[in-house]
Design a protein around this ligand. Structure first.
Ligand code: SAM
Ligand code: SF4
Length: 326
């Protein structure tokens, strides 16, 4: 079996592919109120091109692919595409990250796909705060989507909340998210806000993993451990020794996990990036559209060769997370 190992000895097994830069929300930390200038449809990877890419990735030893966006469920044909992928590449682990707003409609079909994981972004379970942070999102739609998916599937669900100073970093909000997630057999995870683009939200709203641990310890989550498993993410977990409840923390900024990074990213336009914080990558759309898979392979390896040891010191991307594929 082929393996991709970078020049720092990290084995890369995980790729995040953005299927669209478009989204029906305008989360305050992710997008400006007016949205971003959408990429024209013909400039984004077609599903056929993504299928071709997944074939090359699997040959190269990639084991897990996560589809994200923008909001993947706003792209027409996304769930049908996942079925085609499953059929062609049954061995690949497939995961999806979604804001959950359209989940109810697709829950049944998604449940039948045996996803490795479904990650749902949910920063608060207060209806008003949710409306505020997403600039117009409806919390009830997301909750009914999660419920519909859960009623059809036992697949692992993670509820991811970006913690933002003076918005949802208090014990009451944190505890409400944990209670909600556990009531749906989901794992709650708290994510450090990444100031990717200064225009969107200032660094002053940043809450560090250390702050999160302090709050969670005070709430009884005292046992700390790292996520286990080859394709597991960069989360560390705290557990309440009495209830067994686990809570994840993703410290992408303060304790960057670069030495264990096993991932590559592909933007909706087909640019592969070796690091979330890199401001450019290699163009895969061109060889994918002409079916030149040898060249796709070469360009992927070029991207791997350029993977930095750490994002520290990189000139960070001027794009929002919705464009890069969070
Ligand atoms: N629309 C989908 C969603 O919200 O789950 C998928 C794409 S979204 C860009 C993926 C994840 O990135 C979400 O969990 C979101 O909260 C997170 N995200 C976006 N901007 C972020 C930022 N500046 N810092 C930390 N997380 C961010
Ligand atoms: Fe859309 Fe997800 Fe960004 Fe929110 S975080 S604006 S849901 S892409």
């Amino acid at each position: 079996m082929a393996r991709i190992i970078d020049r720092y000895g990290r084995r890369l097994t995980y790729v995040r592919i953005s299927v669209t830069d478009r989204c029906n929300f305008r989360c305050r930390y992710c997008m400006p109120p007016s949205g971003i200038r959408w990429v024209p449809h013909e400039a984004i990877l077609s599903y056929e091109e993504i299928l071709g890419l997944c074939g090359v990735l699997e040959e190269l030893g990639i084991e897990k692919i996560r589809f994200t966006g923008g909001e993947p469920l706003v792209r027409k044909g996304f769930v049908d595409f996942l079925y085609r992928l499953r059929e062609r590449h049954p061995q690949l682990q497939v995961a999806v990250t979604t804001n959950g707003s359209l989940l109810k409609k697709w829950a049944h079909r998604l449940a039948d796909l045996s996803l490795t994981a479904l990650n749902i972004s949910l920063d608060t379970i207060s209806k008003d705060k949710f409306f505020y942070i997403t600039r117009g999102g409806n919390l009830e739609e997301v909750i009914s989507g999660i419920d519909a998916f859960r009623s059809h599937s036992d697949a692992p669900i993670k509820v991811n909340a970006v913690l933002i100073k003076d918005f949802n970093d208090n014990e009451e909000d944190i505890s409400a998210i944990i209670t909600f997630a556990s009531s749906r057999k989901a794992i709650p995870r708290f994510i450090e806000f990444m100031p990717l683009d200064g225009d969107v939200w200032s660094c002053g709203r940043f809450i560090s993993a250390d702050n999160m641990i302090e709050v969670l310890r005070a709430m009884g989550y005292t046992r700390l451990f790292d996520e286990e498993g080859q394709n597991s993410g960069p989360a560390m977990y705290l557990q309440n020794p009495f209830t067994g409840q686990r809570v994840g923390i993703i410290a992408a900024v303060s304790r960057h996990f670069c030495s264990r990074c096993n991932r590559l990213r592909v933007t909706a336009m087909g640019e592969m990036r070796s690091c979330l914080f890199a401001d450019s990558g290699v163009n895969l759309k061109e060889p994918l559209s002409s079916g030149d898979f040898e060249e796709v392979r070469n360009r992927i390896m070029e991207c791997v060769a350029a993977k930095p040891q750490s994002w520290m010191g990189l000139k960070t991307s001027s794009q929002h997370m919705s464009q890069i594929g969070g």
